[in-house]
Design a protein around this ligand. Sequence first.
Ligand SMILES: Cc1cc2nc3c(=O)[nH]c(=O)nc-3n(C[C@H](O)[C@H](O)[C@H](O)COP(=O)(O)OP(=O)(O)OC[C@H]3O[C@@H](n4cnc5c(N)ncnc54)[C@H](O)[C@@H]3O)c2cc1C
Length: 476
Amino acid sequence: MAASGGQELITVDRPEHPRLERDPEICETASADASGLAHVPDGLARPQTEGEVSELIRLAGAFGEPVTAQGLRSSTTGSSVAFEGVALSLEAMNRVLFVDPERRVARVEAGVNLGEFKRRLAEDGLFYPPDPTSENECTVGGTVATNASGSRSYRYGATRPWIRGIRVVTADGVTHDLSRVAARKNATGYFGLQDPIDLFIGSEGTLGIVTEVELTLLPAPPEPIAGFAFFQDWREAVRFVQTADASPTLSPRCLELFDRTALDLVRSEPGGNAIPDEAGAAISFEEEAGPEHEEDVVLRWIEALAEATPLADRAFLAQTNAEKLTLRTLRHAIPARMNEAGARVVRAGGRKISTDFAVPLVHLETMMEETYRLGAERFPGMVIGYGHVGSGHPHFNFLAEDPAMLETAEEMAMTLARRAIELGGTLSAEHGIGKVKAHLFRELYPEWMVGAMRAIKERLDPKWILAPGNLFEETR
Ligand SMILES: Cc1cc2nc3c(=O)[nH]c(=O)nc-3n(C[C@H](O)[C@H](O)[C@H](O)COP(=O)(O)OP(=O)(O)OC[C@H]3O[C@@H](n4cnc5c(N)ncnc54)[C@H](O)[C@@H]3O)c2cc1C
């Protein structure tokens, strides 16, 4: 209680939660994600239980302090950077609660590392399909919050269909235990709201903090064959992808592109020496075969490649698990090297701008043609194309080394996203909107649609304390 000019002012000291650190050095450890954006949060909360998450959120709500959830901060959109208020890391909530092989269901805390969890499942002959390239660097909760996907989403879809239930703490500190509606048919109102789980999946921390996730599992699939096929240029590679997608004899579970610049980036990585000098593009593919069908499946791929490219005989087929791992590591090295390059140019006012658009496969060649043309006409820096082309979803990275290049790259990203939407595609197929694409989201989608999403946010988080800046540029 304090007196001032005869008037009595009542000041309430803010009680600090024991799991909340304010030491700037500790807070700095939670300041950046893989986007190259960074900001030291005002505090770092590291709850160990759902009850603590709820107390922390109640306290934050009472004092109007924003809270941004963090998994392992592998986001490429700045979505896990807390530009206002505190960061809330789920890292310490990392218990696998149960795995039920009979029902093929598992329940985990949100901070469980996805890659570690999948390896544990594999030991029991079980399989959880979502496979973001970053699976060893992200949490299950983070993949739910972003509806992450990966190369095998070509066959199995993104994270959403594999989520049976979640526990989530909303901005009022209340915990909700949500299970997916199990009825086969549902005509109860607006689709996106019929099953509230779907509202939280992909909500990028803006509607609630996911504390537990219940997942659908599959029996481990037959051992896949895996290969890298080389092409003269990206066009030949994309045409092969369209052929493989429609083929009655091939059944790929992933089809991933690397353009010439991407190949050059990883030539010196382990396995990179298999890349022929004349290769202008590559497609990595996998098909589940099992030992009894392996030979037959390999022959069918060789036949299809022989019709598609004069470089068919340079294809590399992984024989052992170690070779398959090398191929996956090589694939992973591309975004990893580009994220590092992006982080290096931040100090000079630059950044890596990455597209995340997807288009129907039938328009992929047109979309890529226009992207390369725009890059050649307007962008003086490195342009690299790689990614999930089987799903019509290549990532183009523009390495902007200074503010002028950054402005050009941003304008190009806007043009390309607009074009992808015109062609029946989307602005973001997997990495989400976060902070770096919020302006594109506002600009490129109908006002009523963005407004309806804001209204849902307003209803669940009236003080806008959760993940400010994600999805919507304005924080209120
Ligand atoms: C090299 C590299 C490759 C990548 N490849 C892919 C890919 O193939 N596919 C893909 O989809 N993504 C990919 N990503 C992006 C990223 O890994 C995914 O978005 C991932 O799902 C983020 O998980 P995370 O645990 O790191 O979450 P964070 O990055 O910490 O957070 C991401 C978002 O989720 C929110 N969030 C995190 N945890 C919770 C929670 N428990 N409750 C509520 N909100 C939460 C955060 O607020 C933020 O909005 C890649 C990233 C890198 C660096």
